[in-house]
Design a protein around this ligand. Structure first.
Ligand code: G6P
Length: 472
């Protein structure tokens, strides 16, 4: 029987060290939450890093056993690899460059060398597991070299690759000293998937301008092989979010927060800590809204959840300080004895609580500077059920290509964002419900199952097409 081997840097489950020993919890981020509910079918396996340094062979054995029950196979990273491959090349070179923050990139040769070494390590782990008929599906920017490494070992294998972050203009890619190797690495796949047509076009123009590979309708000839490039906007497990939102736990959580906030109107913001998410800009816009519309003081609360992320990377630490200071200052300037303008939490929340907050919020702010897709926007929509609510969405999130019934804003335009918050708070309920149900129709149809099916069908199609092209 053929299976799918899913490969990503981070597994959907992470191991954490506590005083009682190793402990397992769900991972954060769009990739893990998005794919987490579907990979278990048909004997599939997920290969990836369990998120913590584990050197002791006995502990490695224990973690391997625990994860095996849940169809996962761990790849262990050393301390140096975590520093140079994960924090270094992945998150200080590729992440900022692909999100148009090139000025944050740190071009260290040692980072690159570690990136190559760890991609090889993943290659070995996959080869040890994958049978000749298995499909290999590689995910995201941490593993751009892996498709080509696998191709060299298994010329006939079905290999798909999906990028969960934006693919930027070739003007940014050309800045990377290792641009050729990275693009060639990706082209080892049979099918390359991106969230939007824009990202797909950027990739095709990088392949043409920097490698000299033209394309015809998204097909690129690489030696004797055809590689297909296409757009697949990722969806969520809609029914799961809709059902949890109806659960008793979610309703209890909603009531708990509603009471604690004295029935104030709620604007919700949920992100991983990241400079791409526009968190500081959002806070400034909220302050501007309070200045321009003083009638909202005492009547609205910004509920801001920031999930800790990559806290060993310098830029993330600096951002944490900036946000802490900004929240402290705005709260100090505007608070009254009975009202706190911003309720700020720096931690992750269980799904039922998130769901309660989605139900509670009149407005959700999803205003990143750049974001591959942004699944929080879709989770908010799925959790609303019959309830009204307004989504304010950045035009630079992939989701804006689909969710045109949101209030679409430019996140650097502070005034526009402040005005959109006011507009959302006064929008007639009828209009809210209409916009919401339009978005629900779309998010429920183009869900994560649909996304997987579409990707797998296209991968099967290109394999057949390659055979006919070879025999022509
Ligand atoms: C984004 C990336 C994922 C990543 C997630 C969390 O969604 O596309 O690949 O797993 O962020 O980041 P982390 O560095 O904690 O894995």
């Amino acid at each position: 029987m053929s299976r799918t081997i899913i490969v990503s840097n981070r597994l959907p489950t992470k191991a954490q060290r506590t005083e009682e020993g190793l402990h397992f919890t769900p991972s954060e981020g769009g990739l893990a939450t998005g794919l987490g509910s579907i990979y278990r079918a048909d004997g599939n396996v997920w290969v990836g890093w369990p998120g913590v340094e584990i050197d002791d062979p006995a502990e490695q054995q224990f973690v391997t056993e625990e994860l095996r029950h849940d169809s996962m196979a761990p790849v262990f990273l050393t301390q140096d690899e975590i520093r140079d491959y994960y924090e270094g090349f992945s998150n200080e070179v590729l992440w900022p460059t692909f999100h148009y923050f090139s000025q944050h990139a740190v071009y260290e040769q040692a980072y690159w060398e570690s990136y190559v070494t760890v991609n090889r390590k993943f290659c070995q782990a996959v080869l040890a597991l994958a049978g000749p008929d298995d499909t290999i599906w590689v995910h995201d920017y941490q593993l751009l070299l892996l498709p080509q490494m696998l191709r060299q070992e298994r010329p006939e294998a079905s290999i798909g690759f999906f990028l969960h972050i934006p693919f930027p203009s070739h003007e940014l890619i050309r800045v990377l000293p290792w641009r050729r190797e990275l693009l060639e690495g990706m082209l080892g796949a049979d099918l390359l998937g991106f969230h939007t047509y824009g990202y797909m076009r950027h990739f095709l123009s990088s392949a043409a301008q920097l490698l000299g590979y033209p394309n015809q309708n998204g097909l690129i000839e690489v030696g004797q092989r055809s590689v297909l490039v296409d757009a697949f906007p990722m969806g969520i497990d809609y029914d799961k979010y809709a059902q949890v939102a109806e659960s008793e736990e979610a309703r209890e959580a909603e009531l708990l927060y509603r009471d604690a906030l004295n029935d104030s109107r709620v604007i919700l913001s949920i992100d991983r800590l990241d400079y791409t998410k526009g968190i500081a800009e959002r806070l400034r816009a909220y302050e501007l809204m309070l200045q321009r519309y003083p009638e909202w003081r005492g009547r609205v609360t910004l509920l801001m959840l920031v999930v800790p992320s990559r806290d060993q990377v310098e830029k993330y630490r600096a951002l944490k300080v900036e946000i802490d200071e900004l929240v402290g200052r705005i709260n100090a300037d505007y608070r009254t004895i009975s009202w706190t303008p911003i309720q700020y939490f720096y931690r992750s929340f269980p799904l039922e609580h998130l769901s309660g907050l989605y139900r509670l919020a009149e407005v959700a702010l999803v205003t990143p500077m750049r974001d591959g897709m942004n699944l929080v926007a879709k989770e908010f929509v799925a959790s609303k059920g019959e309830l009204p609510g307004v989504l304010i969405l950045s035009e630079r999130a992939g989701a804006a290509r689909e969710l045109s019934d949101a209030l679409i804003i430019n996140p650097t335009d502070t005034l526009q964002l402040a005005e959109a918050m006011h507009e959302a708070l006064v929008m007639p309920e009828e209009e809210q419900l209409l916009r919401m149900s339009n978005m629900q129709a779309l998010v429920s149809t183009y869900n994560v199952y649909h996304w997987v099916r579409l990707f797998m069908d296209r991968l099967a199609y290109i394999k057949i097409k390659q055979q006919t092209l070879a025999t022509d």
